[in-house]
Design a protein around this ligand. Structure first.
Ligand SMILES: Nc1ncnc2c1ncn2[C@@H]1O[C@H](COP(=O)(O)OP(=O)(O)OP(=O)(O)O)[C@@H](O)[C@H]1O
Length: 323
């Protein structure tokens, strides 16, 4: 089956001191319709820049330097700004950690929603109003008709995020890129929003890239996972397979550092060291300065071992299932 989104060897750079630093370094990933891909990694690993690259929202002087972003067959990396703008919101939408990246503080919610609708579709006022009201209801906002008249500050943090999600859903996009949308919320609200998302992917076949540093969220939500380190995807595959038998030492370290029933009361294993900044990323395998298995082979850049769907980038992968 052809994937809805097929990113191939994407490189996104930010110029600094006369050289191009690779925030996204030969990233390849695929997302199918109705599928949730969890994009996981520590802060600075390149998750958001990957999302912005797909959306066509990389801040200049940053730019896509190489690779393809095939969306439903056409290459977005080469598309003109007008084509990109028309796809944004309509076929691909993004939900941010801070809903105020989407919401205008001085406009009523209903006005923002109907303006968004009119930007891409020809609808009567009544139709736009009904669509906006239904979208609020769909994400679990009580009394949606009355809430259309409210301003963003009249909503709680969790409700505001739901409004941002409702706006992302207005045009029934094929793909939603959700960048840590629940990180700022308390655990109960987080769970509610995640379950709303699950319903939407099941009911409407929407594909989702869920960006997070929190492996626990992804394990309950995603069909597949891609783990990023130093701008690269170091491991990807079906979620159960990767969690049960992580091959890359970094993936293994991430899983071991998540608290669970079994580890309650014990000290969690942390990955030693910190992620180096982009300007100091080691040659070869970016993780080798923190890796117990690294040797001189790792000074070479590891290729992708496996298939387009399931691969790792490690010369010394673990073979055994996680204990
Ligand atoms: N506009 C920019 N200009 C220069 N460097 C940038 C810019 N945006 C991101 N970067 C750099 O690109 C790298 C990847 O950043 P990115 O935000 O994608 O990481 P992340 O994995 O999403 O982390 P976080 O979870 O903290 O958002 C970082 O080193 C960051 O400093």
């Amino acid at each position: 089956m052809t994937p809805l989104l097929d990113v191939r060897d994407l490189v996104t750079v930010f110029p600094s001191d006369g050289r191009d630093l690779r925030a996204v370094d030969e990233v390849s990933l695929q997302v199918h319709r109705g599928e949730v891909l969890g994009l996981v990694g520590e802060s600075g690993s390149g998750k958001s820049v990957t999302g912005f690259s797909i959306m066509g929202l990389v801040d200049p002087p940053g730019r896509i330097a190489a690779g393809q972003i095939l969306f439903d067959g056409s290459d977005l990396a080469k598309a003109d700004p007008e084509t990109r703008r028309s796809l944004r919101g309509r076929r691909i939408a993004m939900v941010f950690q801070d809903p105020m990246m989407t919401l205008n503080p001085v406009l009523r919610i209903g006005t923002q929603m109907t303006e968004t609708l009119h930007a891409h579709e020809t609808l009567s006022r009544q139709e736009a109003h009904a669509r906006a009201r239904d979208a609020l209801g769909q994400v679990g906002i009580p009394s949606p008709e009355e809430r259309l008249a409210a301003y963003p500050h009249q909503f709680s943090g969790g409700m505001r995020q739901r409004v941002a999600i409702a706006i992302a859903l207005l045009h029934r996009p094929d793909l939603i890129i959700a960048d840590e949308p629940t990180t700022a919320l308390d655990v109960t609200i987080q769970a509610q929003i995640i379950s709303e998302f699950q319903k939407l992917t099941e009911d409407q076949g929407t594909a989702v890239i869920w960006i997070t540093h929190d492996l626990a969220i992804v394990s309950g939500l995603a069909d597949r996972i891609a783990v990023m380190y130093g701008g690269r995807i170091v491991e990807t595959g079906p979620i159960t397979e990767v969690l049960e038998r992580p091959r890359h030492p970094y993936t293994r370290g991430l899983i071991r550092s998540v608290p669970s029933e079994n580890t309650r009361g014990t000290r969690l294993a942390q990955i030693p060291g910190v992620t180096p900044g982009l300007a100091r990323m080691p040659q070869g395998c970016a993780f080798r300065t923190r890796c117990a298995r690294a040797d001189s082979t790792c000074a070479e850049r590891p290729g992708r071992f496996g298939t387009d769907q399931t691969y790792h980038r490690c010369f010394h992968p673990h073979e055994e299932a996680l204990a």
